[in-house]
Design a protein around this ligand. Structure first.
Ligand SMILES: NC(=O)c1ccc[n+]([C@@H]2O[C@H](COP(=O)([O-])OP(=O)(O)OC[C@H]3O[C@@H](n4cnc5c(N)ncnc54)[C@H](OP(=O)(O)O)[C@@H]3O)[C@@H](O)[C@H]2O)c1
Length: 244
């Protein structure tokens, strides 16, 4: 398939996990992809695997000057931008009663403030036909123990697509949320351990965790004109986890 032929994409958190799987899929479908993240070694390894249609820019979504450098690099090499996959995110468990201000700030800085500036700073390069994809989570809908800050941040991300679909009326730019359920990325496997992975698989109607490539496939659909009449939507790719 070449649904993304000639298109330019930015994927934050594109050096690992879901972002890296999406980068591979976007490139397989014809796109030129800039991946963005903080670890140079992970960026270098991903670019060497992704090949000549990938570039890496190092930086944090929480740092506006870093994001300015990202979009300056996109402008210099490609001129315009068609797809932004605002996927960088992080979170950890902290039980109610133990939550600290630092924990909340750190989570919201990445997942909410980071997503807002990733998109806001991309807009001058985007135009009609553009697609914005935000990574939400099944945790934004369900209740999960100890996930106050992460789940609230992902619920906020879900609203961003609704608000921005209003703000972007008349521009021809679409914005949707892709909400994965438990996905077997390196990070999730390490955080959950063998036992935790079995628990999540058992909780999921499809009785397994997702492979990152299954999330990347839906990201490619949302990036492409095949989803041309979709905006403000949340697409759950969660094996049914948050749907029952
Ligand atoms: N795996 C799951 O089960 C699951 C389920 C639902 C939702 N999600 C969401 O999916 C997205 C990707 O997660 P993943 O599972 O693929 O884990 P991952 O491999 O750890 O991916 C997270 C990526 O985000 C980047 N990142 C984190 N903080 C950043 C920052 N401040 N600035 C720039 N980049 C940053 C990381 O790179 P650096 O550390 O190098 O910066 C990393 O590449 C996240 O938004 C996560 O919340 C995951």
């Amino acid at each position: 398939m070449a649904r993304l032929n000639g298109k330019t994409a930015v994927i934050t958190g594109g050096a690992s996990g879901i972002g890296r799987a999406a980068a591979k899929r976007f490139i397989d479908e014809g796109a030129f992809v800039f991946i963005y993240g903080r670890r140079q070694d992970a960026l270098d390894a991903a670019v060497s695997e992704l090949g000549p249609n990938a570039r890496a820019v190092r930086g944090s979504v929480s740092d506006e000057a870093d994001l300015d450098r990202l979009y300056a690099a996109v402008k210099a090499e490609r001129g315009t931008l068609d797809i932004i996959f605002a996927n960088a995110g992080a979170g950890s468990q902290l039980a109610l009663g133990k939550i600290t201000a630092e924990h909340i700030d750190e989570t919201f800085d990445t997942n909410v403030k980071g997503t807002i500036f990733t998109v806001q700073k991309a807009l001058p390069l985007m135009g009609k036909g553009g697609s914005i994809i935000l990574t939400g989570s099944s945790a934004g809908t369900t209740g999960a123990p100890g996930m106050t800050a992460y789940s609230a941040s992902k619920a906020a991300v879900r609203n961003l697509a609704r608000t921005w679909a209003e703000d972007l009326k008349g521009t021809g730019i679409r914005v949707n949320v892709l909400s994965p359920g438990a996905t077997a990325t390196e990070l999730a496997k390490e955080a959950l351990g063998e036992e935790g992975q079995k628990v999540f698989a058992a909780m999921t109607p499809l009785q397994r965790m997702a492979d990152p490539s299954e999330i990347g496939a839906v990201a490619a659909f949302l990036a492409s004109d095949d989803s041309g009449f979709m905006t403000a939507s949340e697409v759950a790719v969660d094996g049914g986890l948050a749907q029952l």
